[in-house]
Write a protein that binds this ligand. Sequence first.
Ligand code: RUB
Length: 315
Amino acid sequence: VPNDLPKEVLEIREDIRTMRIRGAGRIARAVAMALSKAAAAFVGNDVDEFVKYMEETAAFLRGARPTAVSLPNAISFVMRRLREKGIATVDEGKRTVEEAAKEFVEYSERAVDEIGELGARRFRSGDVVMTHCHSSAAAAVLAAARRAGKVDRVYVKETRPRLQGLIAARVLADAGLDVILIPDSAVRYFMKDVDRVIVGADAVAANGAVVNKVGTSVVALAAKEARVNFYVAAETYKFSPKTLIGELVPIEFRDPAEVVGREWLQEHPNVEVLNPVFDVTPAEYIDAIITERGVISPYAAPLILLEEYGVHAWD
Ligand code: RUB
């Protein structure tokens, strides 16, 4: 941990780790703001010291959670500005970081709105939808489709073990949708009533595979069997540049106590409990990825990556 990092920056990292701040988009905006707060709190006039402190802060924030690639992408967006600017004074460095962070947050919020509008066009009047976990981007699409008078009914999976489905249920009910909350295990039972599925993403790989809340790939499987369209709503900063050079997206495993509770674990020391929190849905299960730049086939993911990161990804 870099020396003199302000308490609020430590808190943001802790809130991401413990999921008080969760969802790939919110995580990305929170780390951008954390860099901004860290920069503002730096004391001194030594430019090299400032840059070193910011690099250490970036590395510290990067470790908050492993899977959502929006986290390192948000950090790179801000830090690239600082590195490329060639700052002459600490004040200039602080301004650069603060402006880049603000720009990222504004871009991100606008992107979610744009995804909502673009995504809603893909729905037809009377469509019944299913979603998994709570994704702000997917919720934006559903809210816009509701406003357009196309979608009324949405099945929301409860999303064990952390029950993000309850958040989605509240958000979507507030947006005026008729929400039907179902246990995760009922996904195939209800798929016959569904016209389209929409979920969010923590990472989109160069091969078009989508990493999202564990269980997403099972929804995709059930949707494919029932010939139900499967859409992903993802801002372009959720595309993973490192997958262009063949790196895999790391899947986070969390505390088994999230699944069965601490007491049960202690009472059953001979049972191993595993808690992977994301899984991979291959491109062949995905009909379209809705981004703020447009709706694409998952097979066009490398084009987004090359446009965004160019040859740097090949370094
Ligand atoms: C959240 C999750 C969401 C994506 C996209 O997982 O898998 O579908 O992060 O969310 P967790 P958004 O609850 O473990 O963070 O569209 O809001 O960025």
